[in-house]
Design a binder for this molecule. Structure first.
Ligand code: SF4
Ligand code: FE
Length: 482
């Protein structure tokens, strides 16, 4: 099958028999659920954009064998692929102002591709062939894949095998001739409900006692034993009130879920790591590295929308000529483009792995993500500064439409006379959505903790920073001989 259209993707999700719970109830039809639908629409955008001739070069890849695939299913063949990946993510962020979820699969793909190759080389296993077969299927069917890494982790001071509850890290509970049975959970899974497949990876480097936890595989998201429990987001139930205006971004969004694997069977040909514990760390480091690169694209695209909304709010307030407003927009742009520089730089400095696919420069990717843990917060602060307090005190759309109080809302919340009160409020609701509402999950807290919390990047930066070499540089300049 060739590339799917957005509609075909939606129909393919409709056929899945996902086991989804939200607000204490099983959701029989997640595709058409008003709280969940915006998150599906964000993934749909990755299919729709791939159909548009003007985005073909960013959104699709024509492989050496002539197959044209969505870039979200690509195995990066050179630094150009890595750079285009980031540009594609910025584009998708600009078009959705949300998490479009499909990157985790792409990042898992590339981490697994090189890691399985290196495991096979050492142990003579068959993981790379298994993985290649899986990738081929995903590319040819144009599927969306969730990359699931984060375990609940229980007591952070204890290794997986030492936890009071052994299921706090996902692990093998039964080994059979034809495969393994696994139990555990993955937390914060963006996109799981909008994916047809999930790649599961370990979440930390592991020792010999954790062999049962050093497991990686792929299964369909509706495999028996999988349950998804949707996380709450600030302002989530506004989506049930029927107001397009009050939600700020009515079409797109993202949701996260706890995914429980309760004795899920994994056939042998879907296994990519099984007990080779010393490779768990490599898989984690590479996946995290790719995803830290990803944020230099997606968060920048969302930042573009937020900067635009702040500039619009200034226009509607009649404050666009104030020098401090101009300066704040410059600062927001500077911060946002700095993130983009990092995303592009770690891509341009990419290198081939032993398997041949390209890995980003890990130091620069970690610097990228470390900046992402800070700059979106400052961009959001400046957007709130420019927007003004009305962003959080404005009445609802129902009040604006009410025959009695509507005229008051219309009259007293107008900024410049040439702009309708409704448009002014729509703009403020978008800023609210991105800084405090449902999208703040993706733009703020995920910027902090997604792809690893700040300390995880600092550890990588300290490992890769090569201070010893820098000391030698200083000694040479200062003519120090020891
Ligand atoms: Fe992609 Fe960004 Fe969402 Fe991660 S947070 S899946 S990189 S859009
Ligand atoms: Fe993420």
């Amino acid at each position: 099958m060739a590339l799917m259209t957005g509609e075909q993707y939606v129909e393919s999700m409709r056929k899945m028999k996902l086991n989804v719970y939200m607000f204490g109830k099983k959701i029989e039809n997640p595709v058409d659920d008003p709280v969940l639908r915006p998150s599906l629409n964000s993934v749909k955008a990755t299919y729709d954009l791939a159909q548009m001739p003007e985005y073909e070069d960013l959104m699709t890849v024509t492989l050496e064998d002539g197959r044209k695939v969505n870039r979200f299913t690509n195995i990066h063949r050179n630094t150009d692929d890595l750079i285009k990946k980031v540009k594609m993510q910025r584009l998708c962020g600009q078009k959705t102002a949300a998490c479009f979820q499909r990157c985790v699969g792409m990042d898992a793909f590339n981490a697994e591709w090189s890691t399985t190759y290196e495991i096979d080389k050492k142990y003579g296993t068959n993981y790379h062939e298994n993985f290649k077969k899986f990738v081929r299927m995903v590319q040819d069917e144009d599927l969306t894949v969730d990359g699931a890494m984060t375990d609940p982790k229980g007591d952070r001071g204890l290794a997986p095998h030492a936890q009071a509850d052994p299921d706090l890290y996902l692990h093998v509970v039964e080994r059979r001739e034809d495969g393994v049975v696994v139990r555990g959970a993955k937390a914060h899974q963006t996109g799981i409900i909008n994916s047809q497949e999930v790649i599961v990876m370990p979440t930390i480097a592991m020792g010999p006692d954790d062999k049962d936890y050093a497991i990686s595989f792929a299964v369909p998201t509706d495999a028996e034993g999988i349950t998804m429990i949707i996380g709450r987001q600030s302002c989530d139930t506004r989506k049930l009130e029927g107001s397009q205006m009050d939600v700020g971004n009515s079409e797109f969004g993202g949701v996260e879920a706890l995914v429980v694997f309760d004795n899920v069977f994994v056939p042998n040909d879907r296994i990519f790591l099984n007990g080779e514990n010393e490779f768990a760390g490599m898989l984690v480091e590479r996946f995290a590295g790719y995803h830290r690169q990803s944020y230099g694209g997606c968060k920048v695209g969302v930042g573009d929308v937020l900067i635009g909304a702040a500039a619009l709010a200034a226009d509607y307030n009649g404050a666009q000529k104030a020098s401090h407003v101009k300066d704040k927009l410059i600062e927001m742009t500077h911060l946002n483009e700095t993130l983009y520089c990092c995303g592009i730089a770690c891509s341009a400095e990419g290198r081939p792995t032993e398997s041949g696919n390209y890995l980003i420069d890990l130091l620069l990717a970690n610097v990228c993500k470390q900046n992402v843990t800070r700059f979106p917060y400052e961009i959001a602060r400046l957007a709130e500064d420019i927007a003004g307090g009305l962003m959080v005190t404005a009445p609802s759309e129902k009040d604006l439409r009410d025959p009695v109080v509507g005229p008051y809302v219309e009259k007293y919340f107008r900024g410049v006379a040439s702009v309708s009160t409704e448009n002014r409020l729509r703009c403020l609701r978008l800023i609210e959505n991105l800084t405090l509402g449902t999208a703040a999950v993706g733009y703020r807290t995920e910027s902090m903790h997604g792809a690893g919390s700040p300390q995880a990047q600092r550890i990588m930066i300290s490992r890769q920073g090569n201070i010893a070499m820098k000391k030698e540089l200083a000694k040479a300049i200062a003519k120090i001989s020891e």
